[in-house]
Design a protein around this ligand. Structure first.
Ligand SMILES: Nc1ncnc2c1ncn2[C@@H]1O[C@H](COP(=O)(O)OP(=O)(O)O)[C@@H](O)[C@H]1O
Ligand SMILES: [Mg+2]
Length: 243
C-alpha cells in the first residue's frame, strides 16, 4: 500500500541527514504510528510521502504509484493533514471542502454525503458556512480533516493530528482512523504522544535522528526490548541515539 525504500534527505546547507536510509512498508487496513522526539525527521518523511519535498535518494510508492515518476496518480491516493494548519481562512468551511472536492474530482452527491457524515461527527455543522478565520484551532483541525477525507483516500497521512484537539475530538478522530482502516484503507500518522500510539496503532515505528530504530506491533517491540513499557523503550532508544 505504502512502500518506502532507502529514503534519504538532507536540507540545503546541512550535512546532517534529516532522514537517513529509511525503509518501511505499510499494509492495507492498518494504522501505523510514527513516533519520535522533536527533530527526529517525522515531518520531513511525511512531506516526502506526500510529494511536498523531494528526497535525495530512495523511493516511495503509494498504491503502486511512484511519488516522483507518477506523482498525480500517487497523490490521488493520499489524504494529508499537515501539522501547520495553513488553510485558506477567507473561505467558509463549505467553500474549502468544495475546493478540495473539486481538486480530487468528487461528484456533488458523494461530497455532500461524506461531508455531512463528518460534520455531524465533529459537530461542525453550524459553522460550515462561516469563514474559517473565525474558527478555533480545533475547528480548523477538523475542517482540514474533512477536506483530507473528501475523496476517501487509500492512504491517510496525518502529521501530529492530536495537537490542539479536546479529548472528545481526539476520541472522534481515533474512531475515524479505525473506521477508515476497517474499510481497507491505511492510516499513517506521526505523534510524540505515546498514549495515543499505544491505544490505536496496529504497528509503531520509532524514528530517531532520521533513522527508523524499531518497527513492529506493540507486543513485538516490547518483547524485543525486554518487555519494558513503551515509554521506557522510547526514552531508551531516543536517549541512546543522543549518547
Ligand atoms: N526547512 C528546513 N531547513 C533546514 N533544516 C530543517 C528544515 N526542516 C527541518 N529541518 C531539520 O531536519 C531535522 C528533522 O526535522 P523534522 O522532520 O521537522 O522533525 P520532526 O517532525 O520529527 O520534529 C531536524 O534536525 C530539523 O532541524
Ligand atoms: Mg514534525
Amino acid at each position: 500500500m505504502l512502500k518506502i525504500e532507502n529514503l534519504t534527505k538532507s536540507y540545503a546547507k546541512s550535512n546532517i541527514k534529516a532522514v537517513d536510509d529509511l525503509s518501511l512498508e505499510l499494509n492495507k487496513g492498518e494504522i501505523f504510528g510514527f513516533l519520535g522526539p522533536n527533530g527526529a525527521g517525522k515531518t520531513t518523511t511525511i512531506k516526502m510521502i506526500t510529494g511536498i519535498l523531494e528526497s535525495d535518494s530512495g523511493s516511495i510508492s503509494i498504491s503502486g504509484f511512484d511519488i516522483k515518476k507518477d506523482s498525480i496518480n500517487a497523490k490521488r491516493n493520499i489524504g494529508y493533514v499537515s501539522d501547520s494548519h495553513v488553510i485558506y481562512d477567507k473561505l467558509t468551511g463549505r467553500e474549502y471542502v468544495d475546493f478540495m472536492a473539486n481538486i480530487y474530482g468528487v461528484d456533488m452527491q458523494t461530497r455532500q454525503e461524506r461531508a455531512n457524515k463528518l460534520l455531524e461527527k465533529f459537530e461542525l455543522k453550524d459553522a460550515f458556512d462561516s469563514q474559517i478565520k473565525t474558527y478555533s484551532h480545533g475547528m480548523k483541525q477538523k475542517i482540514s480533516i474533512i477536506g483530507a477525507l473528501i475523496h476517501n483516500p487509500n492512504l491517510w497521512v496525518l502529521d501530529e493530528p492530536m495537537t490542539g484537539l479536546d479529548p472528545q475530538s481526539a476520541f472522534q478522530l481515533k474512531e475515524l482512523m479505525r473506521e477508515h482502516c476497517n474499510d481497507g484503507k491505511t492510516v499513517f500518522f506521526s505523534t510524540h504522544v505515546l498514549e495515543v500510539a499505544e491505544k490505536i496503532c496496529d504497528r509503531i515505528g520509532i524514528i530517531v535522528k532520521g533513522k527508523l530504530v524499531t518497527v513492529g506491533n506493540l507486543d513485538e517491540i516490547k518483547a524485543a526490548q525486554g518487555d519494558s513499557s513503551l515509554e521506557d523503550i522510547f526514552l531508551s532508544v531516543a536517549g541512546g541515539a543522543n549518547a
